[in-house]
Write a protein that binds this ligand. Structure first.
Ligand SMILES: [Fe+2]
Length: 333
């Protein structure tokens, strides 16, 4: 690139950035943040968050390499998914789904809401949940670097970075969740879920209590409660994000340890505050490039992409180089 081009790009970026800041200041004033200190404080939070998201990919890759070298698992056995980690009824459920029989599959799960397409079923054994919790504690108590799964929870763990990738999350997706999604969510191309993001979220009575109303960067989500001991914190589900909020109805869904809720990612949902103890959930966002390549689920536009490592955000509009992140969605991670 010629120097003149570079200078023009830099100048153009600065102008755009200044315009964005001006716009943000106007919005803050309209929201009632009038004092200079209040505005500065909020502006700093926003600019810090923008820089964090810009380096998310690179930081994640570096952390993954570092953890592979320096993290000593407490229980290396749980990183390789075995059938005995799974609840017996979950295996029966997946076998029914493999026959591509919707009615038969429904016999092995709880239809929490037919209208909202919300399904529940036991996934992991208690023993696996306990071992996972011990592993998470071991990592959290270490001085090793930690990423955040998203901006909405400060105490989660990115399980792929910790090593739960090919031999755990990939097997879980391909061998168990794909057949299930194929039967339960055909209109979301459940049979074509070709990437995922796996992480935990943590809530503690003294720290993060709840999760605001949101939709996921996924086509389909599985949310499994791991424990520990807690009260409150029920999930609530509204309608798809396209339904106006004032026309939306919500329903509460309690957590059960080892039990998963399978739902469409674009369905609005949140978690009420816990009132006692601490709770951890394992979440897997399942993505289908055949859906999201047409329209980014976070910015609702044709994706404009940047190169990424690993699965990125699950886009595969690629020629020679892999391009997998929608530029517009960086701000929603
Ligand atoms: Fe979510």
């Amino acid at each position: 690139m010629a120097n003149d081009d570079l200078n023009f790009d830099v100048a153009y970026f600065i102008i755009l950035f200044d315009m964005a800041i001006l716009l943000i200041m106007q919005v803050l004033s309209r929201l009632g943040y009038n004092s200079v200190t209040e505005k500065d404080h909020l502006l700093k939070q926003i600019t810090d968050e923008i820089s964090r998201r810009k380096s998310l990919e690179k930081d994640g890759e570096e952390r993954k390499k570092y953890l592979l070298k320096h993290y000593k698992p407490l229980n290396a056995g749980i990183y390789n998914l075995q059938e005995n980690f799974l609840d017996v009824s979950f295996i029966k459920l997946v076998n029914a789904a493999r026959n591509l029989n919707f009615k038969q599959t429904l016999q092995f799960l709880d239809v929490i809401s037919e209208e909202k397409q919300l399904y529940g079923f036991p996934v992991f054994t208690r023993s696996l949940c306990n071992e996972l919790l011990k592993e998470l504690d071991n990592y959290q108590e270490s001085s090793l670097p930690k990423g955040r799964p998203n901006s909405m929870n400060r105490h989660g763990v990115l399980l792929d970075e910790l090593g739960f990738h090919d031999s755990f999350s990939l097997l879980l997706r391909k061998n168990y969740l794909n057949p299930l999604a194929q039967v339960l969510f055909p209109s979301w191309r459940g049979s074509e879920l070709d990437s995922h993001k796996i992480f935990t979220v943590g809530y503690n009575i003294n720290e993060d209590l709840q999760l605001g109303y949101h939709y996921d960067n996924s086509e389909i989500t599985l949310n499994v409660c791991l424990g520990k001991s807690f009260e409150g914190g029920e999930l609530y589900f509204g309608d798809m994000k396209t339904v106006p909020i004032d026309k939306s109805t919500c329903m509460l869904v309690p957590h059960k340890i080892g039990y998963g809720i399978f739902h469409r990612g674009q369905q609005l949902h949140g978690a009420l505050p816990i009132t006692k103890g601490e709770r951890y959930n394992l979440i897997i966002w399942l993505r289908s490039s055949s859906v999201r390549n047409n329209m980014c689920p976070m910015c609702n536009s044709t994706p404009t992409l940047s190169p990424a490592t690993g699965y990125g955000d699950g886009f595969t509009l690629t020629e020679e180089n892999s391009v997998q992140i929608c530029n517009m969605t960086g701000i929603f991670k």
